[in-house]
Design a protein. Structure first.
Length: 145
């Protein structure tokens, strides 16, 4: 029996998928249909990216400096107000970015006519490994028949 993936939350062999995420479950691969990943909305994918997270945190720091030093240095209260507005926007983007990284990514399929969640994680790398292992197991099953 070939094992295609073994991890802390899943085990995929040539005949079965065993997963502990979201709860322990086991499915024979030949009984699964329409295996697919649940995709995030593009704006959530973009918000979860490292560049957006880094830039929003950097903009927050710069906006704090402008808001605190704007009035005394430039003698213009509008600089301080603009800095506060930019700070609010940057903190909103940083918060959305942090939340978007915690949204679970799922692999789902139909098992005996019922939609089931085969695997769920917040780690894109693990999701990709599990997805590739499922594809290899399905290929091995189809070539064996």
């Amino acid at each position: 029996m070939s094992v295609y993936y073994v991890g802390a939350t899943a085990r995929i062999t040539e005949s079965r998928i065993e997963s502990k995420c979201p709860a322990y479950q086991s499915f024979p691969i030949r009984e699964l249909e329409h295996i697919h990943t649940v995709r995030q909305v593009r704006i959530m994918t973009m918000a979860a990216s490292i560049p957006v997270q880094v830039c929003s945190i950097g903009a927050s720091g710069l906006a704090v400096l402008v808001a605190l030093a704007g009035w005394p240095l430039f003698d213009r209260p509008m600089v301080t107000v603009a800095g506060a507005v930019v700070l609010a926007l940057a903190l909103t983007v940083a918060t959305a970015s942090a939340r978007a990284r915690k949204v679970p990514l799922e692999i789902r399929a139909y098992h005996r006519g019922r939609l089931v969640c085969l695997f769920s994680t917040t780690d894109r790398l693990v999701l990709g490994q599990v997805k590739r292992a499922i594809l290899r197991a399905m290929d091995a099953m189809s070539t064996a028949q």
